[in-house]
Each structure stands twice: as C-alpha cells, then as structure tokens.
Ligand binder design. Sequence first.
Ligand code: ADP
Ligand code: MG
Length: 217
Amino acid sequence: MIVAKNIYKSFGDLQVLKGIDLHIKKKEIVAIVGPSGAGKTTLLQILGTLDQPNKGAFLSINNQETLDLKDKKISKFRNSHIGFIFQFHQLLPEFTALENVCIPGFIAGKLKKDVVKEATEILNYLQLSHRLNHHPNELSGGEQQRVAVARALINKPDVIFADEPTGNLDSATADSLHALFFDLRDTFGHTFVIVTHNLELAKMADRTLSMKDGLII
Ligand code: ADP
Ligand code: MG
C-alpha cells in the first residue's frame, strides 16, 4: 500500500529526517511513536503528500508514485485516496458537522445529493446522527474528532494518516476513538498510520515504528 524509500528532509541547515524506508501493507494499522521533535509529523506530512522530501526519495501509495505528480494531480490524488485526522480537529467553525464532512466530497466533484447522503450515513455510523446540524463549537472533543474522522472517510480513502488524533482527549474518549479505528479497518479495510503518544494504542497496533532524531530505530 505504501512504499517509502530514502526519505530525507531538511529545513535549511536542519536535517529533520535522515533516511527513512518503510513499507506499510493494506489494512495495516501502524503506530509511529517517539519523542517530540523526532520528525514524526514531518514524516506523516511527507507520506500524506502534504510536504515534499529532499530529492532522491521514492514514495508510492496504492501503486501510484506520488512524487512525480504535480499541483492539480497531486491534490486530486490526495483528495480521493488519502484521509487526514489531526490533533486539533481542524473543522471549519462556520460550517455544521454535516457540511464539514461534505466539503471534501464537493471538492471531488461528486453530486451534492450523493455527498450529503454519504456524509449522513457516515455520521450515523459514527453515532452522530443527532449532531448533523451542530457547529464544531457545539460539540464535545470526542464528537469533534468523530466528525473529523467522518470527513477523512467521505471519499473512501485507501489510507488515513492521523497525527496525535487523541492527544487532546480524555483517556476514555481516546480509548473509544482508538476502538473506532480498528472497527473501521475491520469493516471497511482502511489502512491507518497513526502518530501517537498513547501507549495503549501503540500496543493495539499491528506494528509500532519508533522514531528518534529523524530515523526509525
Ligand atoms: P514531531 O512531530 O516528532 O514532534 P516534527 O516533525 O514536528 O517532530 O519536527 C521535527 C523537527 O523539525 C523539529 O526540530 C521542528 O522544529 C523542525 N521543523 C518541523 N517543521 C519545520 C519547518 N516547517 N521549518 C523548520 N523546521 C521545522
Ligand atoms: Mg508532531
């Protein structure tokens, strides 16, 4: 599903990633752990095509070599194949839960009625049917993150990248969100790559990669 080779990343003189190779299988749930500043977010952004590695790297997602894709093509690929969940939900405050989930579907150019139907079904599945028309600030932290999960799912991505998705939640809410990731994988076959400080999640994952100083150790 994901093959990454020779991933280096520098910001000016600062070398943040120092040669990462990894291979993630379809339906795998991989946790990435490591101290703050290790380069976890940078790696996730590069794997998710939101940032570019230094020259000489190789990255393929679902058999597509993504580093060759430019501008519109990479945006389109990302929109239809990749979902993101961030630590702070990053929902748009002026839109309702339903609208937030629909937006990536509209960007994909699907019919409005199909997107709304799909978004409603996903939100129902995530037990948010009573929150469709609420704005993010009217939702609990756990509900906000479930809306963010629904948004990540709307275009049926192959892989979901999550950067400390439960870092801002109490432990019971975090546990239920983790359980949801495994349920989604088992039910729909998504692949998950999750940066986390949560040791319970790291233990549950199929595999845990530990990062330190820009390397997987
Ligand atoms: P982690 O997520 O493991 O805490 P990051 O990938 O966010 O680590 O950051 C790794 C290092 O790269 C840190 O020293 C950080 O300051 C630096 N860094 C991250 N993004 C940038 C950037 N856009 N410009 C300069 N330095 C950056
Ligand atoms: Mg980080």
